[in-house]
Write a protein that binds this ligand. Structure first.
Ligand SMILES: Cc1cc2nc3c(=O)[nH]c(=O)nc-3n(C[C@H](O)[C@H](O)[C@H](O)COP(=O)(O)OP(=O)(O)OC[C@H]3O[C@@H](n4cnc5c(N)ncnc54)[C@H](O)[C@@H]3O)c2cc1C
Length: 395
């Protein structure tokens, strides 16, 4: 049977980053990706946090716009502008495609049209089974370590990785790529917009507008399922509101519609098992307040390789070290984000209170958006005081 030191399932930001960093460190990895072209089918708004490209050594060509403005729209449609960043916008065909290309150039083996099927233990070894969709045959690889990063649709139904609450965190999303006959008003291209409001059925909607070179990505998501026509009507209503502010004079040449699942629940409680590591959105590493998961995914790929390098001859210890690293870095913060989102949703006017506070308190958005481990004592004190202020007003 074919053997590999590391098998990676999924070539999104988590899998592709792991493959690239493994190749750089001299670890032989095989990546299994079900799609024919990496990134081409990913539905995403592809907003990247400030510094993403330099953090992951990616070329600036993938950046469409640097966006110093974040406009948060509250439940009444009130706009609150925060300045930080600049963040970037890109597309997933460029982002995932570029990381995968660089990984290949540095020695990773990426197999497309390779559909992961199962992971079993045989005589103490991990064996990954996949369907080779070009040849129509099932193949097997013996692996020392496996990094599972197949995104929100990951099926992990065996213990210990199985998580009964996973389905409760799945969000249905729908997005238009709106192609205009001329540019929208200039502020559009400096801004990431996020909208938080109750939809026509009284359900919490999170919407967005992210500018790209040749189109605007306008989309929304709702936790759980929503019937297709109702979801489309919600998106049409949001698009109309955005159109009247940002491109009232423009004609729409084309509107491409795309949808996918996004996970917005709590991170999975178990992130490793017996030489297997779970990364990116498959591990539930998504910020429930804004849907950001690309940074967390890429970082989980990096942490997986760092753990493997620290315990190259002991895959189980590497997986343990990985899980501890991800928990320290992300899990506490992401759980707090989910709690905050639930708190805001219980009384939607709280969104406006929070956004007004963020917009008028210098430095607060940066502290909140930064990683917990990088916070200074002063940052923590500021956060504490601001939290008390917010709770007082929200109450
Ligand atoms: C509509 C929408 C908008 C979003 N906007 C943003 C945003 O603006 N900013 C942000 O940071 N995050 C955003 N996200 C979240 C972001 O897309 C994810 O957090 C991120 O893609 C996670 O990366 P990943 O590598 O873990 O998984 P994915 O990017 O989902 O990649 C998983 C890969 O695994 C492959 N795969 C799946 N199953 C199999 C299988 N059985 N066999 C082989 N391969 C398989 C898939 O084809 C895919 O290539 C958005 C998500 C959605 C749905």
């Amino acid at each position: 049977m074919e053997t590999a030191e590391l098998v990676i399932v999924g070539c999104g930001p988590a899998g592709a980053t792991a493959a690239r960093e493994a190749a750089r460190a001299g670890i032989h990895s095989v990546v299994l990706e079900k799609d024919a072209i990496v990134g081409a089918k990913r539905v995403c708004a592809a907003g990247l946090r400030p510094g993403f490209c330099s953090e992951f050594d990616l070329p600036r060509e993938i950046v469409h716009f640097d966006t110093p403005r974040l406009a948060l729209f509250d439940a009444n449609g009130g706009e609150h502008v925060l300045r930080f960043g600049p963040g970037h916008t890109s597309t997933r065909e460029e982002l995932d495609g570029t990381i995968a290309r660089l990984a290949r150039e540095e020695g990773a083996e990426i197999r497309t049209q390779a559909l992961f099927r199962d992971l079993v233990r045989e005589d103490g070894d991990l064996v990954v089974e996949y369907a080779d969709l070009t040849e129509g045959v099932r193949k097997r690889i013996k692996a020392r370590t496996v990094f599972l990063a197949q995104g929100a649709t990951a099926v992990l139904d065996r213990p210990p990785l199985h998580y009964a609450q996973w389905r409760d965190g799945l969000m249905t999303t729908l997005q238009y790529r709106v192609y205009l006959d001329r540019p929208a008003i200039p502020v559009t291209y400096e801004t990431l917009e996020m909208h938080y409001y109750l939809g026509r059925q009284g359900r919490q909607i999170v919407g967005w507008m992210f500018p790209k070179k040749d189109h605007l990505a306008i989309g929304l998501g709702v936790i759980g399922k929503m019937e297709g026509t109702a979801l489309r009507a919600e998106l049409d209503a949001l698009t109309e509101r955005i159109a009247s502010r940002l491109y009232p004079q423009c004609g729409v040449i084309r509107r491409k519609v795309e949808g996918h699942l996004l996970y917005m629940g709590a991170p999975r409680p178990v992130l490793n098992a017996d030489g297997v590591m779970l990364g990116g959105t498959a591990a539930g590493l998504v910020d429930a307040t804004n849907g950001e998961g690309i940074y967390e995914a890429a970082m989980s790929g990096r942490l997986a390789v760092e753990a493997l390098l620290a315990h190259r001859d002991a895959p189980r210890r590497a997986a343990l070290r990985y899980a501890a690293g991800v928990k320290r870095r992300f899990v506490g913060r992401l759980r707090r984000r989910l709690k905050l989102m639930h708190f805001l949703e219980r009384q939607p006017q709280r969104f406006g209170i929070l956004f007004a506070q963020l917009a008028t308190t210098p430095g607060l958005p940066q502290i909140l958006h930064g990683e917990t481990r990088r916070r200074t004592l002063r940052d923590r004190a500021v956060l504490y005081v601001q939290m008390l202020k917010f709770l007082y007003k929200a109450a």
